[in-house]
Write a protein that binds this ligand. Structure first.
Ligand code: ADP
Length: 657
């Protein structure tokens, strides 16, 4: 019997697993890196062991340290969560070797599914439909080209060892093939140490539909229906829902049957997910891969089935028979999940770091928050920047969408750039509401300009909220001349001014305090504002007679404002006497966000052409290649491979020819 579980993971999933441990009367052990010392998941475990420095390789990926921590704390099982070691067959074996139960499937299943090429072969053999393509051993450019031409265009190159969308390239025509193969291979080699590629026909308007499967060690297999995860950015999921808005009962039953067939072919004995690409025009579906772990989006299935998937995992791992048979699985209502990230949708969803100063959500029936952080937590460069999963259960899809829109309106997450406004945009989009989308939806229907449009009045409200808030704070702080209202001027005609910058646009706000009202002027717009009250970071204003609340958080001159109507707005209050800005030197390449240098492709003195690779850097799990934007000579390289650098660090200097 499992009595103590060590969770070899962090963040929301560690908290989630610990919750089930507590409910089952199982002791929980957290392991943490130095960066996570004060994280909520660490505090919620019965005991917690520091296993090393913040970089994952030194802590969450350090197998020996984790095994040692398990022994030291008397754990007899390890739950790997998702990511990190969850799909690492050697680690599963190492657990078993140390008499620790690995809470996941047998290591052969993990190993087999770790290669997309092997996985496809096994599935094809088991009678599971797979995407037509090539998954052979021979990897010469001649053979790959020949196979690609047979499959036809558009096609998709994938790293066989791949995951997280890395090493994937869509190729639309034969002449792009050579270049695409080279770059996919190099990315695959960098990310996975293995440059094997598979080729697939590209399903142009496909939908990502996956089935949750479960097995035990007694050859019982079930599925728990689908999750649709079609809305993605960079091949990564943003919105997940169940049931899918497009599957017919007939197709659902067929896919479920195939998913169970896949489970049986692998003698699958824990939680897993069979992913399919589904073509709504033909209702055909094709196997993509099996994820041999608990998925990020598992709560969606929990909400519609009422099952605790972590509990089922623990039971399977300790050798129990599945407590539920296929015919007894019940599906109720509808559930959806959105992933709240520290990232910038206006800048290609670039991950962001920073301290979340204020994080709260409404008390809403059907809302389940799986949060990785709390107010005051820092989003660091070391890990995935997910802040929380927002899960809504509703009686039907319509109700759930309404509640999700409300939850996003009321949720406050201030202090760093997040995708909260973007998520709101998404769940209000008529096509999303209608369920009419494919995996390109975000690419096709989202532009930064669209989000900016209609923003003017909103930003005015944000600016006047900040100015009113600061005015109020000044009034409170003044001890001298307390009877004279703040902003009082000898020259009565002279208003106070604040200048703000948002999206590189500067705006001047003028206001005057007359009879307890602040009279604002922003460009041509005028507002009569009354401060109703202020509680900590929350200010309630009557703006032209309409009372509204604003949450305000600031980090020096950076202000984050949230209001249920305007969403979250990030602006800077410009200093009255600003220091001159750092001049950007021509030909100097900078790290836009905190990064680690993976590879330096040039030496000082090299001549480069426009488009030549200069460096590969990794920032928050995302790899970026830096290319020369003009020809020149490498004059200076300021960093080394393996080095971690802060945002704004100059990486290298190219002198133009
Ligand atoms: P990874 O393991 O890197 O996540 P997957 O094989 O799971 O890669 O694919 C990730 C996403 O890429 C899928 O969810 C889907 O949106 C898209 N995709 C994968 N294969 C195809 C294909 N053959 N045709 C169209 N889209 C695909």
């Amino acid at each position: 019997m499992i009595h103590t579980i060590l969770i070899a993971n962090r963040g929301e999933i560690a908290s989630r697993i610990i919750r089930t441990c507590k409910a089952m009367g199982i002791r929980s052990v957290a392991v943490y890196s130095e960066a996570d010392r004060d994280a909520p998941f660490v505090a919620s475990a019965d005991v917690a062991v520091c296993i090393g420095e913040s970089a994952p390789s030194a802590s969450y990926l350090n197998q020996d340290k984790i095994i040692e921590a398990a022994k030291r704390t008397g754990a007899n099982a390890i739950h790997p969560g998702y990511g990190f070691l969850s799909e690492n067959a050697e680690f599963a074996d190492l657990c078993v070797k140390n008499q620790l139960i690995f809470i996941g499937p047998n290591s052969e299943a993990i190993r087999a599914m770790g290669s997309k090429a092997t996985a496809k072969k096994i599935m094809q053999h088991a009678g599971v439909p797979v995407v037509p393509g090539y998954e052979g051993e021979v990897q010469t450019i001649e053979v790959l080209t020949e196979e690609a031409n047979k499959i036809g265009f558009p096609l998709l190159l994938k790293a066989s060892a791949g995951g997280g969308g890395k090493g994937m390239r869509i190729v639309n025509a034969a002449e792009q093939l050579k270049e695409a193969i080279a770059s996919a291979k190099s990315e695959a080699q960098n990310a996975f140490g293995d440059d094997h590629l598979i080729i697939e026909k590209y399903i142009a308007s496909g939908r990502h539909i996956e089935f949750q499967i479960f097995g035990d060690q007694h050859n019982n297999y079930i599925h728990l229906n689908e999750r649709e995860c079609t809305i993605q950015r960079r091949y990564q999921k943003v919105l997940e829902e169940s049931p899918s808005p497009v599957l017919s009962e007939e197709t659902r039953a067929k896919m479920g049957e195939v998913a169970v067939k896949a489970a049986a072919a692998l003698k699958y004995d824990n939680a897993g997910t069979v992913e399919f690409i589904y073509d709504h025009n033909t209702t055909s579906f094709y196997f993509l891969e099996v994820n041999t772990r608990l998925q990020v989006e598992h709560p969606v299935t929990e909400e519609v089935t009422g099952l605790d998937l972590v509990k089922l995992q623990i039971q399977s791992a300790q050798g129990d028979e599945l407590s539920i048979q296929q015919k007894d699985v019940q599906f109720n209502g509808y559930a959806m999940e959105l992933r709240l990230y520290a990232e910038d949708p206006m800048n290609n969803f670039m991950p962001a770091t920073g301290t979340v100063l204020n994080f709260s959500w409404p008390n809403l029936e059907g809302l389940r928050m799986e949060a990785a952080i709390r107010s005051g937590s820092e989003i660091t460069v070391f890990y995935d920047p997910m802040i929380a999963k927002i899960i809504i259960k509703g009686e039907n899809r319509q109700e759930a969408f309404r509640k999700m829109q409300f939850a996003l309106q009321q949720m406050v997450c201030l202090g760093t750039v997040t995708n909260q406004n973007f998520l709101q945009y998404l769940v209000k989009h008529p096509k999303v509401i209608a369920g009419e989308y494919d995996t390109h939806f975000i690419q096709d229907f989202f532009t930064a300009d669209l989000m900016r449009a209609n923003h003017d009045t909103d930003t005015n409200l944000a600016m006047l909220a900040v100015s009113s808030y600061n005015w109020y704070q000044r009034t409170q702080e003044r001890t001298l001349l307390a009877a004279v209202p703040s902003g009082w001027r000898n020259n009565f005609a002279y208003p106070q001014t604040d200048q703000y910058e948002l999206d590189e646009v500067k705006t001047t706000v003028q206001y005057r305090n007359l009879d307890g009202h602040l009279h604002f002027k922003i460009a041509d717009a005028k507002y009569d504002v009354q401060v109703i009250n202020v509680q900590d970071d929350l200010i309630r204003l009557a703006i032209d007679g309409l009372q509204m609340s604003f949450h305000i958080a600031n980090n020096q001159q950076n202000y984050f404002v949230h209001n249920e109507q305007i969403g979250t707005i990030h602006l800077s209050l410009l200093e009255r006497f600003p220091l001159p800005k750092k001049q950007k030197v021509e030909g100097a390449y900078e790290a836009a966000i905190p990064s680690t240098i993976l590879k330096i492709a040039q030496k000082v003195g090299n001549t480069v052409q426009e488009g030549d690779l200069l460096m590969v850097i990794s920032s928050m799990k995302m790899e970026n290649s830096i290319y020369a934007d003009a020809a020149g000579v490498v004059a200076e390289i300021y960093v080394e491979e393996g080095q971690s650098v802060a945002a704004g660090t100059t990486l290298l200097q190219i002198n133009k020819n």
